[in-house]
Design a protein around this ligand. Structure first.
Ligand code: GLY
Length: 372
């Protein structure tokens, strides 16, 4: 068991990495980290994760906690204000007050939805995050970003456009839950781990490359070695910049490209978020190479590492460079009229680049198979 404190001024929280934690969930809350046992709890879970939720519910009830349960659909289209309303109403029906808490058991969609419901119910009650996907364990369930999607004026999906920063009272990472995760989803989570290595931990980056097979097969030793390192990259950044005023934006490496292609249909179905991030990292690497921020060997190391994790490096759908540039905000710019991209500077470090040259970005898009 490893407990990682996240020292956010005024909102200290922690991440507990503990295989088997769900089977002694109530005891864990009593004895570890920044959470305590509530009087009442609403346990919200991805309907595909009922088996994990049952463990938590059983141990809480055994300790006398009044528990209500609420199953949710974990799809991007169900990540809506309507779903948040159903959580508010379930919390009202369970008579939760400010001293009580919500528990979110599932992947990033569930954590975002339940976290946002917690941030707004009674103007804010505690939430305990229990991520069950690798992606949520190392990224989404840490750092307090919560929210829902909205439909854009042009009919497109606007991801996470409404939300709040609301730190969990604790994030409990039980890697046993990965046993029920599909291989494709596990690999998608590895994309965020590669991202964390590239941002700030070169040894983590090389470790993923060396152990890619074992990691893709959910090997216990490899996963247990990976989790704390990948989590530490995130917790360190969040503690320094909880509200994303600066450095936290580095966690979006690959995301500006990734978001622009993530919601586009493919003939073979949609990309998972982590897969879109992997392709986005490849585009960022080519853009960085063209700006001489990384060299050819470093670019190859990035693409090879993603490939060894079984992650895609090209977008296999139909779109154009101009359409993707528009989706990235090149037509209207973003913050303060300036487009920002996160790009690697060598391996193990990255920079927030304001107004990158469009020609370099176009090169990045061509490298992932998008042509005019
Ligand atoms: N997933 C990026 C962040 O939490 O800032």
């Amino acid at each position: 068991m490893i407990e990682i404190p996240v020292n956010i001024p005024g909102q200290p929280t922690s991440v507990l990495v503990y295989r088997g934690a769900l089977e002694s969930f109530a005891a864990v809350l009593k004895t570890h980290g920044t959470a305590t046992l509530p009087r009442r709890a609403l346990v919200c879970f991805d309907r595909n994760c009922a088996v994990h939720a049952n463990h938590a519910v059983r141990t809480l009830r055994a300790e006398g906690v009044a528990v209500s349960e609420f199953g949710l659909e974990a799809t991007e289209s169900a990540k809506s204000v309507r779903a948040v309303e159903t959580i508010w109403d379930a919390a009202l029906a369970a008579r939760l007050d400010r001293g009580d808490c919500l528990v979110a058991i599932g992947g990033g969609i569930i954590g975002d939805l339940v976290g946002f419901a917690a941030a707004t119910y009674l103007r804010g009650i505690r939430v305990i995050q229990v991520p069950t996907t690798l992606l949520a364990m190392v990224d989404a369930a840490i750092g307090g970003k919560t929210g829902v999607n909205r439909t854009l004026p042009d009919g497109g999906l606007g991801k996470n456009l409404v939300g709040a920063f609301w730190q969990p009272s604790i994030t409990i990472v039980d890697a046993n839950t990965l046993r029920t995760l599909g291989k494709r989803e596990l690999r998608a989570g590895l994309a965020e781990c590669v991202k964390h290595g590239l941002i700030a931990d070169l040894e983590l980056f090389h470790d993923i490359r060396k152990n890619a097979d074992a990691l893709s097969n959910n090997d216990t030793t490899a996963i247990d070695r990976l989790l704390p390192r990948a989590i530490l990259v995130k917790t360190a950044i969040v503690a320094r910049d909880p509200l994303e005023r600066g450095e936290r934006a580095k966690l979006n490496l690959g995301h500006t490209f990734g978001h622009a292609i993530e919601t586009l249909p493919l003939s073979s179905g949609n990309l998972l978020h982590g897969e879109a991030v992997a392709i986005g990292i490849c585009a960022a690497a080519t853009t960085a190479k063209s700006m001489e921020m990384i060299n050819a060997d470093e670019q190859t190391a990035i693409t090879n590492t993603l490939a060894s994790c079984g992650l895609p490096q090209r977008f296999e759908g139909t779109t154009t460079v101009d359409d993707v540039l528009r989706r990235m905000g090149f037509d209207k710019k973003n913050e303060g009229g300036k487009l920002k991209l996160i790009l690697p500077r060598g391996l193990g470090a990255c920079e927030i680049v304001s107004e990158p040259p469009e020609s370099a970005v176009r090169e990045g898009l061509r490298a992932i198979g998008i042509h005019s």
